[in-house]
Ligand binder design. Structure first.
Ligand SMILES: [Zn+2]
Length: 280
């Protein structure tokens, strides 16, 4: 489907056959999208790098076998990635990261500011909480009592597979790519950018699904959106990050929810969206 945004053509990428949610498809050279699927229209990305590859984001905990099947079909049954990279450490992006890292014998990398979330540090979770956590989830967890809470937190922790990388240094396992800090949704949220062809993988910093309206969520409507407000730590930082991503003038925009977009109008559409959010 082509749609017009800001007077220019934006192409919404689609699976070759609808309903083939277990097959990753190539959306740019060596970049494969698995998704979107489910109520949250989740995407994860596989990126080939020479003779190796990495996984960017790891879906929900229930997505483990879906991701393993896609990896096997792309790279072979016994293939192991160089690394798992996270855009941020929410349960719809890091849910399967620990079992995948243990099965594949690799580390899960993230921005240093994301580590307290990855290791389920309750005090840090309070400090970086969005409204849903602040007013509902965390008070419920506090009411559980310490022992039960610690058991729940231990189950969600990435534990010793969690590693950090320096944002200005090379991206682990991905030569030719850059890490772009995009804080706001969480303190250590990052996006991944390949300058040679302007491919941009944005996690929840910008998504291609209308996650901030009920109709958009329920009907799974396409369209550029910032991160879901109800799970966003700092709306102001999130708006600044959208501006930073627009200035990269992406040719392919691949978010964590919704169908990636490409086409000559992509950069214009992102920049028009960034301008509209800057006025809010
Ligand atoms: Zn998300």
């Amino acid at each position: 489907m082509d749609c017009r945004a800001d007077g220019r053509v934006v192409v919404v990428t689609r699976p070759r056959r609808e309903g083939t949610a277990d097959l990753a498809r190539e959306i740019a050279s060596d970049v494969f999208c698995l998704g979107p699927w489910g109520r949250t229209q989740t995407d994860v990305y596989f990126v080939r790098a020479g003779s190796s590859w990495v996984l960017i984001d790891a879906g929900w905990a229930s997505d483990l076998s879906r991701i393993q099947r896609a990896a096997a079909s792309l790279f072979g049954a016994d293939s192991r990635p160089a690394a798992i990279l996270l855009t941020h450490c929410h349960p719809d992006h890091a849910g399967s990261a620990r079992p995948l890292a243990l099965a594949w014998g690799c580390a899960v990398y993230m921005h240093p500011d994301e580590l307290p979330l990855a290791t389920a540090d309750f005090a840090a979770m309070m400090a970086s909480a969005g409204p849903l956590d602040r007013y509902l989830i965390l008070p419920l967890m506090r009411a559980m009592g310490r022992r039960r809470r610690e058991a729940v937190l231990a189950r969600s922790s990435l534990g010793d597979v969690a590693c950090t990388f320096e944002p200005g240094a090379d991206v682990p396992g991905l030569p030719g790519w850059e890490c772009v800090p995009t804080p706001g949704h969480t303190p250590g949220h990052v996006s991944y950018f390949r300058p040679s062809d302007r491919v941009l993988i944005t996690g929840d910093a910008v998504v291609t699904l209308q996650v901030n309206t009920w109709a958009g969520l329920l009907l799974q409507q396409s369209g550029l959106s910032g991160p879901p407000w109800y799970t966003t730590w700092s709306p102001r930082a999130a708006r600044e990050s959208i501006g930073r991503l627009a200035r990269l003038e992406p040719a392919v925009l691949a978010g964590g929810h919704g169908r990636p977009i490409t086409g000559v109008g992509t950069a214009g559409a992102v920049s028009a969206y960034a301008r509209s959010t800057a006025d809010q």
